[in-house]
Design a protein around this ligand. Sequence first.
Ligand SMILES: [Zn+2]
Length: 365
Amino acid sequence: MFDDLTGNQQVKTLLRRTLAAGRVPGAFLFSGEDGVGKKLFALELAKALNCRKPVETSSDSIGAFEGCGKCPACERIAKFNYPQSSDSDDWKGVIWTDHPDVGMVVAPKRVILVEQMRAVEREANYRPYEGKARVFLIEDADKLNEASANALLKVLEEPPHTSHIVLLTSRPAMLLPTIRSRCQMVRFSPIAAEELEAYLIRNKIAKGAEAHLRARVSGGSLSRAVAEGFDDYLDQRKAMLRVLQALALNDDRVQLLRSAEEFNDARHKDEYESRLDILEALIRDAWALALNAPPDKLVNEDLLPELTKIAERLNSERPASWISQIEEMREQLIVNINRKAATDALLLTMAAAAPPLQRRRFVPK
Ligand SMILES: [Zn+2]
């Protein structure tokens, strides 16, 4: 049932209305940040369509029937049979759940392939084997290239009424307008920190100060809030705080380049990007403090003493230009640049935005 899912009440209402009206479109586009529950909502929709003992929504008066979550159909829809190997050939087909009418497509590498969309087209044309509807999820739909997007368009143009395709993406703008216009758009919001904190405590994933912090630093993403390796995260945050301190307090280039190494020892692109996220969150917090925001509005509330020191040295232009420099860096990361050179350049540019007060120290006596 949708009530088992955390957050996005407005999406629950929308999908319930669609179900109650009996007019579930052939294609949806679920957009929103990673980890806000797009895939779980899509599976919940698949359950509602295929459940053997659908239950009527009790929490409002919409009167939709939803998946019970307990019957064999619902239970099997919850289980994906992911390939056991990382060999990209094994990921080229439809990845089925234990239910023969519900499957998903995942890009084997950087792009979703034409043959994958042809497989979806073929499967979508079959009538359901067991349930009432066939449902296909397309994960990271922004990875469609022109060829595979065109192959998908064929399915979207005339989908059999028993088949539904749900595109999932955190970057809807990357999709062709022709694809977007054929899908019903459903926007997911970040999950509120209070809801995440309650979830962590209820499911015994974290408690007390850790639950509070996890909920706030996860940026509204449930998967990030529950992620393992929270200690790693705290280490990375410490390193990024040192970067910010070198920028705002010391104006010491040597230390700054040493801090650049803390960035560059990221093992892969995702980890590197998560460091950028952390640095950005720290900058935003210091910026908010400089503008006299109340401390309980901060993401990194537990670092209040350190952030206050930084905030005292900030004017309002500096953090704004830092954020835009980081954003530029992110865009460059999409094309494979030399990360190390780019980080050094980024930090030196950020340092160059020093306010006049600090520059004065370099004037020869
Ligand atoms: Zn069921």
